[in-house]
Write a protein that binds this ligand. Structure first.
Ligand SMILES: Cc1ncc(C[n+]2csc(CCOP(=O)(O)OP(=O)(O)O)c2C)c(N)n1
Length: 663
């Protein structure tokens, strides 16, 4: 049992590492680590189950610093508890290029960082996925292998962001009782007191969303410990509103926004040293305190080795399956399953919407890959995300595989990231592509983190028809393609859809968006190819009858139009080839030779896509012909809309011929 004095000195070690690192960097946020040091110390010395020597231990408790600007709190904890890569040198190089101590915690930069935070609210919203992932894995593998808590530290900013309501409502609904959130209730944000902009009764809000919530003194170790203990035995998720003082200990800046986002300055730090009676120079921790922290960091070794013992003794098949899933590897028969399915498609040649093709592919995938967890933001029947294997996950049954996320696109995308990061699961979720805007902040973070979240975006163009321009994506393909490390797939038929799903599942370090149609499309890939042609991003689908005068590039639903335009042009004596382009990002990764060959030398290059032109010029050149959208869509039938916006085979052929005839 730590004495109060010992606790205080351990907490002060966090405070001084943070103040001094921010001061040295002349950049960063000292206020949160100083205010929340007591919460962190109690959690990391008395409750959190972790082992710095085995940072990826699957049954560790997760700690998520949602208020990512307080990154020095996390870096200090990782250093003090003995994570090997978080050396004092890293702390001294806080925020410097190439260091692990990036401005905000970045997943993968240092061990012990569970998710990337910084955009406020994201960590809190990810945590719902983490906590749900724990329950799903627990249902599959039992208490012996999966039984841990998810802790979150969130600030006023996290709670003000809209995504927080989506997250807490979902967590409350799903009764994720092993989710425990500390709210750093310091009443300060950047502009000044929180009361400038917010007067929400946060405790009442969480309670109304199905949580336990109560106020405590966030500087009293016993109150913190008592609240955590109670939370661990709760049947609901818990929010602990911790009254703290931002920049606690800084003589004049404590309790003010001056302690938020800039170094405290030498005088304040000297004052804090006096206040805390801390005479160690910067970056030096008294030996007894460092020992105490290391001891705390080793307390989890027994739990970890016990767990390893249980895993070793687990039934052979269960153990192998657990290890496969945690490693993120697909079942060994996966490729064969997809190949069989593609053979069947080439024979059947279905004429269905790609959203339906996606459902058909998922029916096969979900049968072969038990770790997929599906879901939709209240558009299940439209997104076609549910298959025979995926029954509803409920608070009474976490052993199922489908999440009704409610009308919460952003919360869903953030939860998908959390499910993915938890490990052992492959999560996908659907909505209309237009509403990818609502999910985008989390989609971007999936890309930045390099994780396998899968976003199913149906109704991918004006082809959705009568719902009109509010629902018709126009710029969304370009906007999603603009995100680095994000594969945007727009398959043209059932075969490409199966191929794109296969790539999405195999892309362990890249998230995927599947853009899928509402309208039916013919099978354009009528011959079986064992090779996944979509994995090249683009490929010649139809050759020209002679030396090509025209190359038409198209994606998704417009491939059918490109093929019809080719027919017309060929009939008129203009040899024309069609290149299907299901994924720009993968095409751009092909060899120069392959790209040159696929782009070809036809004098006329044209692209057809029912979206904006942006992005296509790198294939067709700025003088290429683009058949697509230049503004918003309109409400009408699909039969009216394509001709209305000039996206037809006839219009495409005419445009090419006009060019060929020099007009
Ligand atoms: C989505 C998003 N918007 C804005 C910011 C910029 N920002 C960083 S911290 C902060 C204020 C946060 O206030 P609070 O959570 O109370 O943190 P504290 O000042 O108490 O540390 C803001 C606006 C951000 N990081 N993320």
């Amino acid at each position: 049992m730590t004495s109060r004095e010992q606790h205080d000195r351990m907490a002060n070690a966090i405070r001084f590492l943070s103040m001094d690192a921010v001061e040295k960097a002349q950049s960063g946020h000292p206020g949160l680590p100083m205010g929340c040091a007591d919460i962190a110390t109690v959690l990391f010395t008395r409750f959190l189950k972790y082992d710095p020597k085995a940072p990826h231990w699957p049954d560790r408790d997760r700690f998520i610093l949602s208020a990512g600007h307080g990154s020095m709190l996390l870096y200090s904890l990782l250093h003090l508890t003995g994570y090997e890569d978080m050396t004092i040198d890293q702390i001294k190089h806080f925020r410097q290029l190439g260091s692990k101590t990036a401005g905000h915690p970045e997943y993968g930069h240092a061990t012990g960082i569970e998710t990337t935070t910084g955009p406020l609210g994201q960590g809190l919203a990810n945590s719902v996925g983490f906590a749900l992932g724990e329950r799903i894995m627990n249902a599959a593998f039992g208490n012996d292998l999966v039984n841990h808590y998810t802790y979150v530290l969130a600030g006023d900013g996290c709670l003000m962001e809209g995504v927080s309501q989506e997250a807490i409502a979902l967590a409350g609904h799903l009764k994720l009782n092993k989710l425990i959130v500390f709210w750093d209730n310091n009443n300060i944000s950047i502009d000044g007191p929180v009361s400038l902009a917010d007067n929400t009764d946060q405790v009442a809000r969480f309670q109304a969303s199905g949580w336990n919530a109560s106020h405590i003194d966030g500087t009293d170790p016993e109150a913190i410990a008592y609240a955590i203990e109670a939370a661990r035995h709760s049947d609901k998720p818990t929010m602990i509103a911790c009254k703290t003082t931002i920049g606690f200990g800084a003589p004049t800046k404590a309790g003010t926004n001056k302690a938020h986002g800039s170094p405290l300055g030498a005088d304040e730090i000297a004052g804090a040293r006096k206040f805390f009676n801390w005479d160690s120079p910067p970056f030096e921790i008294p030996a007894d305190i460092l020992d105490a922290w290391h001891t705390a960091g080793q307390a989890g070794v027994k739990a970890r080795t016990d767990w390893e013992g249980r895993l070793a003794k687990a039934e052979t098949k269960l153990k192998a399956e657990f290890e496969r899933r945690i490693a993120g590897k697909l079942p060994s028969n996966f490729d064969a399953v997809i190949a069989d399915y593609k053979k069947k498609l080439a024979a059947d040649k279905p004429k269905v919407a790609t959203r339906k093709s996606s459902e058909m592919a998922l029916e096969v995938i979900n049968g072969a890959v038990p770790e997929t967890i599906g879901g939709s933001a209240d558009l299940t029947g439209s997104n076609n995300t549910k298959t025979s294997q995926t029954k509803n996950i409920t608070p009474d049954d976490y052993g199922q595989r489908y999440v009704h996320y409610g009308i919460r696109e952003h919360g869903m995308a953030a939860a998908l990231n959390g499910l993915t990061l938890h490990g052992g699961l492959i999560a996908y979720g659907g909505t209309f592509m237009c509403f990818s805007d609502y999910a985008r902040p989390s989609m971007r973070l999936a890309s930045l983190m390099g994780i396998r979240s899968i976003f199913v975006m149906t109704h991918d163009s004006i082809g959705l028809g009568e719902d009109g321009p509010t629902h018709q994506p126009v710029e969304h393909l370009a906007a999603l393609r603009a995100i680095p490390n994000h594969n945007v797939f727009r398959p043209a038929d059932a075969v490409e859809t199966a191929e794109c799903w296969q790539i999405a599942l195999e892309s362990e370090k890249t998230p995927s968006t599947l853009a899928l149609t509402r309208q039916n499309l013919p099978t354009v890939r009528t011959e079986f190819s064992a090779k996944n042609l979509s994995s090249q991003g683009g490929y010649e689908l139809a050759a020209a009858s002679g030396e090509a005068a025209v190359t038409i590039f198209a994606s998704g639903s417009e491939v059918e139009i490109a093929l019809a335009a080719r027919e017309l042009l060929e009939k008129h004596g203009h040899p024309t080839r069609v290149v299907s382009m299901p994924c720009f990002e993968l095409f751009d990764k092909q060899s120069d030779d392959y790209r040159k060959k696929t782009i070809g030398n036809a004098p006329i290059k044209m692209a057809i896509e029912a979206g904006i032109r942006q992005g296509w010029d790198h294939l067709i050149g700025s003088d290429g012909i683009f058949i697509g959208m230049t503004g918003f869509g309109a409400s009408g039938t699909i039969e009216q809309l394509y001709p209305h916006f000039g996206i037809t085979a006839d219009a495409a052929a005419k445009a090419a011929e006009a060019r060929l005839h020099g007009k």
